[in-house]
Design a protein around this ligand. Structure first.
Ligand code: AVI
Length: 321
């Protein structure tokens, strides 16, 4: 066992035992993000096949001023799952072109990521005050401050919403909407479903890159269980698989057992048939209509939906109604 904090270790154990006892077997995607997994995800965002990060950034760069120009009063910016806020700088800079002081409230489960964000913003974007809020926005309550007369612009970018089932995504946005008033807004980043402009092959390549970084990211979940739970997964006996599930409009990541085998984990024996998979992640893909419906169901109305020229990705500005 390792020195991971007790509560986190408990959560990993609980998730592994329940996920691997279920049929089909699953492991939750939050398990990806240990130190190595977080670094591998950073590498994924720079891969030629993984267009999502690049394309979303280009949309934000093209429309940042429009987001703030229409406003009649000052905004404070609150971001769900902000991490190190790498893409948010573009928006914060744009906001300071329209108001001299901007309060930025990043919400994230990782205090170290928030510290990194606060340090970088303090050094590079004068006029922005950072009020970090350490919370798991999915499971824990969080506070948002509203300076006198300000509107709140909430950000949920990076296609993060895509990693949740429709029910979970609705609950996250509903909870966010509860913090907002009519006239506040949400900027939501979603990856587009395949169609006339985007092939399924394009999408699959983004989740199964030639350099094998996504495969390493997926398999890192097994390395983590080996280290933290005394498991003995043989990494060569499992293969990374990315599949398009058209009915659910999602990419699924799986780890496929290449042989019939038994793995031990925290003293339990877990049997795998040859070809059986552990389902590790869903990444939902959206049409504009699906985004509009989701937002309408929780009290938002789209004001603009911006796309890149290829219509690979969408950024929606919606108003709380
Ligand atoms: C974090 N999330 C939006 C990524 C995605 O595209 O669903 C995670 C990821 N999984 C494989 N590659 C990237």
């Amino acid at each position: 066992m390792t020195e991971a904090p007790e509560a986190l270790l408990e959560a990993v154990l609980h998730e592994a035992l329940s996920g691997l006892a279920s049929n089909p077997k699953t492991l939750s995607p939050w398990l990806f993000y240990d130190e190595l997994g977080s670094r591998l995800f950073e590498q994924i965002t720079a891969l030629p096949e993984y267009y999502l990060t690049r394309v979303e950034r280009s949309i934000l760069a093209a429309h940042a001023d429009e987001i703030f120009r229409d406003g009649t009063s000052a905004v404070t910016i609150a971001e769900l799952g902000a991490g190190t806020a790498a893409k948010t700088g573009l928006l914060l800079e744009a906001a300071t072109r329209f108001q001299s002081e901007v309060l930025y409230q990043p919400i994230d489960v990782s205090p170290t990521a928030l510290e990194e964000a606060a340090t970088a913003i303090a050094a590079n974007i004068p006029g922005v005050a950072v009020q970090p809020r350490v919370a798991n926005y999915i499971t824990e309550p969080f506070e948002l401050e509203r300076p006198d007369g300000s509107r709140i612009l909430s950000l949920y970018i990076g296609s993060s919403i895509g990693n949740f089932t429709p029910k979970e995504a609705t609950a996250i946005l509903h909870n966010l909407r509860e913090h907002l008033q009519p006239g506040d807004s949400l900027l939501l980043g979603t990856d587009m479903a395949p169609g006339a402009h985007k092939s399924v092959a394009k999408l699959l390549a983004a989740y199964d890159d030639a350099a094998g970084v996504t495969a390493a990211f997926n398999k890192n979940i097994l390395t983590r269980l080996n280290r933290e739970l005394d498991a003995n997964f043989d990494l060569d006996a499992f293969a990374h698989r990315a599949r398009w599930n058209a009915e659910a409009s999602r990419i699924e990541m799986h780890l496929e057992s290449l042989a019939a085998q038994t793995v031990s984990l925290a003293g339990k024996r877990i049997r795998f048939a040859q070809g059986e998979t552990i389902h590790t992640e869903n990444s939902y893909k959206f049409t504009d209509a699906a985004v509009t419906d989701l937002l309408a169901s929780v009290g938002f109305e789209p004001v603009h939906i911006w796309h890149d020229d290829n219509r690979y990705f969408a950024v929606t500005l919606a108003r709380a109604v």
